[in-house]
Write a protein that binds this ligand. Structure first.
Ligand code: XMP
Length: 519
């Protein structure tokens, strides 16, 4: 763990589904923050030296046996504290107040009225006027700790905001981090800037120069390899590392034959042509496609691709001689150790494929320059590094590629049909100016043939499903509400231009219960 060179806010996670949103809001304000589980947050105090602490919400009841509690070191740190929902109740209990079991937990809109002045909403909310927030009702605070006052109320939550201005502790029953609390960002701004004194020193320009220093320091004269997929994360990581250590970096692009139309050429052109970064194009299409022949089970397909990827990467790397470091585009959401109150391991929905497993097998040290960033920050860093917009703004693409967009067994012929349909679909999306409004869009080739009529003849061809979703992080998603004209135009083009497809359907499933990819 490294010591951040920025003013920092420590976010203590009590397991809320929306803890990450607190971090996102602060980062949008130019303030660096780290999320740590309630059980280990205090261990990070010395390293982070935070200017303030935010306590998240959480699903537990403070009255439960073994309920997560605030470590006394956090209260003794002497920096401003903001408690949210569960964080409010935990604060009250820790400071000598009382909490009583409330009725059932409910999440919903409420109006909060400031009754007394408070630095938390100074300049944001007017006294005596109701302001909309997203409230979480559960247990109720029945006695305030000494020195605390109720400063804002709402009909369902008489203690909507409590404060001890002298000790610089505030706590809200509502969630300022969710979009449904329209003034939430301004409340956070008051807290982190006016109260904690953060200046907003977290910018991509400073991040870039500090990351470069860090990479140089870690790598010294060593050699680094970086698996490149053409996606935003690995591309930004590679360009940043190249800027730091030049040709000590070699990128390896494993072409598994499951890429989209012209994708390999675009990656090669950008890295070799534009950036002059040493890049090995490992064309192993036959190896992957042959191994997948006749395999229909989605998990088997994923596992075959994952292990072949590792084997191929190892083969290529071994030809490079001594390489000490492996670079990965790991992001902050992968690093955050979320608190689980359900106990036990979480269910595997899909075996995600990335380069996991490689570092141990190859005995290499990891270089992960994006570990502290959210996806939107990686994009901002990409822009800062001058990556072309069509790379930076790209929709995510899964490691197993088109194999999981071709349910059932894959063949070269099916992949070709899918590639063509996908290209037409994306072309229409771009022409309609919708690409940046959609989080991810792609075509899926179903293993179903249907009867159609074209000209005077009968056709018996495949069905193509179109998918488009909006999402923040891929964890949940809604289908994109195209207008019918767009769908009709796109379907007509696909059927006319792509031999092998005679029917197009649109997938209107959200996640959950669906997943974004079909396999
Ligand atoms: P699902 O289908 O699980 O996908 O809703 C969520 C997001 O993850 C992407 N995805 C993957 N990304 N390796 C990746 O790097 C994978 O194996 C993988 N599987 C799914 C998917 O495209 C979506 O953005």
């Amino acid at each position: 763990m490294t010591v951040p060179n920025h003013q920092t806010i420590l976010i203590v996670d009590f397991g809320s589904q929306v803890t990450q949103l607190i971090a996102r809001r602060l980062r949008e304000l130019g303030v660096y923050c780290e999320i740590h589980p309630f059980s280990s947050a205090a261990d990070n105090l010395a390293r982070l030296n935070p200017l303030g602490i935010i306590l998240s919400g959480g699903p537990a009841s403070v009255l439960d046996e073994n309920a997560p509690a605030i470590a006394p070191e956090l209260l003794a740190a002497g920096v401003p504290i903001l408690g949210i929902c569960y964080g409010q109740q935990a604060l009250v209990l820790a400071l000598g107040g009382a909490v009583e079991a409330g009725h059932s937990r409910e999440f919903g809109r409420a109006d909060v009225t400031p009754e007394k002045p408070s630095t938390l909403y100074d300049g944001v909310w007017d006294l005596g006027t109701p302001h909309p927030v997203w409230m979480s009702h559960g247990d109720r605070v029945t006695a305030l700790p000494e020195g605390f006052k109720v400063v804002a109320t709402s009909p369902g939550a008489p203690l909507a905001v409590i404060a001890n201005e002298e000790r610089r502790i505030w706590a809200t029953q509502f969630h300022p981090e969710v979009h449904h609390t329209p003034d939430g960002v301004q409340l956070f701004e008051n807290f982190v800037k006016n109260i904690c004194g953060c200046t907003g020193d977290w910018t991509m320009a400073t991040y870039r120069s500090q990351a470069i220093e860090k990479i140089r320091h870690q790598v010294g004269k060593g050699r680094v390899i970086c698996g490149l997929s053409g996606g935003v994360d690995s591309s930004v990581a590679a360009v940043l590392i190249h800027e730091a250590i030049g040709d000590q970096l070699t990128c390896v692009f494993v072409d598994h034959g499951l890429l989209r139309q012209d994708e390999a050429e675009q990656v090669l052109e950008m890295f070799r042509g534009h950036y002059n970064i040493p890049l090995i194009h490992a064309n192993h299409q036959d190896r992957f496609i042959d191994a997948l022949e006749g395999v229909e089970d989605p998990e088997k397909k994923r596992k075959i691709i994952g292990s072949l990827f590792i084997e191929t990467f190892e083969d290529v790397a071994s030809q490079l001689g001594e390489v000490e470091f492996l670079a990965q585009g790991t992001l902050y959401p992968d690093v955050i150790e979320s608190v689980s109150f359900t106990g036990g391991p979480s269910v595997t929905i899909k075996s995600h494929h990335n380069v996991g497993g490689l570092p141990e097998r190859m005995n290499m040290e990891l270089v992960e320059p994006l570990r502290e960033l959210f996806k939107d920050e990686v994009r901002a860093l990409g822009r800062e590094l001058g990556l072309p917009e069509n790379f930076v703004g790209r929709h995510p693409f899964p490691g197993p590629g088109l194999a999981i967009r071709c349910p059932g067994g894959i063949t070269r012929e099916k992949l070709e049909i899918l590639r063509s349909a996908d290209a037409v679909y994306l072309d229409e999306i771009k022409k309609a100016g919708l690409y940046d409004k959609i989080w991810q869009a792609f075509a899926v080739l179903l293993p179903v043939q249907t009867v159609g009529v074209m000209g005077d003849g009968r056709t018996y061809e495949f069905v193509c499903a179109l998918r488009a979703v909006t999402s923040v992080d891929g964890m949940t998603a809604d289908f994109y509400p195209y207008d019918m004209e767009f769908l009709s135009r796109t379907a007509t083009r696909i059927i006319n231009e792509v031999p092998g497809i005679n029917r197009v359907v649109y997938d209107i499933t959200s996640k959950p219960p669906g997943t974004i990819e079909w396999e």
